[in-house]
Write a protein that binds this ligand. Sequence first.
Ligand SMILES: *Cc1c(COP(=O)(O)O)cnc(C)c1O
Length: 465
Amino acid sequence: MGYETLMHGFQTIIEPFRIKSVEPLRITSAEERLGKLKQAGYNLFALHSDDVMVDLLTDSGTGAMSSEQWAAIQRGDESYAGSPSFYRFEAAVKALFDFKHVIPTHQGRAAEKILFSVVGGPGKVVPNNTHFDTTRANIEFTKATAVDLVIPEGKQPSVYHPFKGNMDLAALERCITEHGRDKIPMVMVTITNNSGGGQPVSLENLRGVRAICDKYELPLFLDGCRFAENAWFIREREPGQGERSVTEIVKEIGSLADGMTMSAKKDGLANIGGWLALDDDAWALKCRNLLILTEGFPTYGGLAGRDLDAIAQGLQEVVRHDYLMYRIRSTQYVGEGLLKLGVPIVEPTGGHAVYIDARALLPHIPPLQYPGQALATALYEEGGVRGCEIGTVMFGLKPDGTEAPAAMDLVRLAIPRRTYTQSHMDFVIEVMGRVMKRAKSLKGFQIIEQPPALRHFSAKFAPLL
Ligand SMILES: *Cc1c(COP(=O)(O)O)cnc(C)c1O
């Protein structure tokens, strides 16, 4: 009997693991945190992470590995060429995604860089539901154009849709006919749609994308970073999928595509790694040649043998139903806790993060005074919780130096995998409750120093009085 059946009727979501090795958290005072904030120019990226109590900056590479993964680390074989660690890694990837070529890389963006160096270039257009920022940057670096075609519901924070990450199929077909199929090297779909709130894509939608790709003879690639979380949502929400195993669903997703890029720092349950997988022999040859220039020999691709083994084991664990049920439920739990306090969030909660609508919460702070920054710094000052502004600080500065409000001002609380307990999440909710009580008194910010691009990483802020 599965975990779901066994746990049916219980209110408490128990973590389906116990803890063997602990990392102490340093408990700090509000006064100390305010001092750290000032030193950091109110930029949470400039904090030392041991001054953070609950770190929800990202779910990338921040998860806890299992005892079996640590055992696999010991098994890692550091041979330069033909290591058994590579063959275990390759077999684990192929057990889920049966692509002919599996090319390891040190992260997802390295896979993107190599892929788009081969298939991108001036005049090319790559449609996606929503490109993740590194994907977009790697496409644009080749002077190609990255186009986002998520369904309209995907852009409205408070509108419920079970698959808010879906591609707008009519818009995709228009994009292909407008530009001409020869300009389009591939269609991509990001599962789950990270930049759109960690929202899933349905199997039906993926089949629809596949049909359009077949009609115009275009390859379909997945940005598969959160494939297991996406498959769990399909199992839970898509009619007729509830009896299937996640592995079966993942295999079907893979069978609809011609290749994928992957960051193993997400659903690889590892702290580093990624891969590029594809069927096309000619593309794979070119990709491997580039891999050797920057990443390494094709049987390790920028990773140690031990990393490959950690990923191979992680891929077996990430599709387990007990893990996924706990993962998705515990993210929803945070969303439900915040909703009970009256906090406006993007609904439904995604797989890996809860997004707070700071613009709705702090209507007295105009977007150009950065309500997301005000909320994110207040969460840190109040309880040492570090989230990430995803709004006008991140997207408001245009290449010509002008500034405009972003579409939304959100604060993302990304939840590392298997790292925090439910009581940590209760604490986060309590901290948010305290911030809610003084929401009206929170002040906006001005930027006093910033670089010309990607300013969120290094800008310095001053609070407005
Ligand atoms: C994290 C991520 C990437 C990039 O992977 P890295 O390992 O950080 O380089 C690409 N796409 C999506 C959807 C991601 O979440």
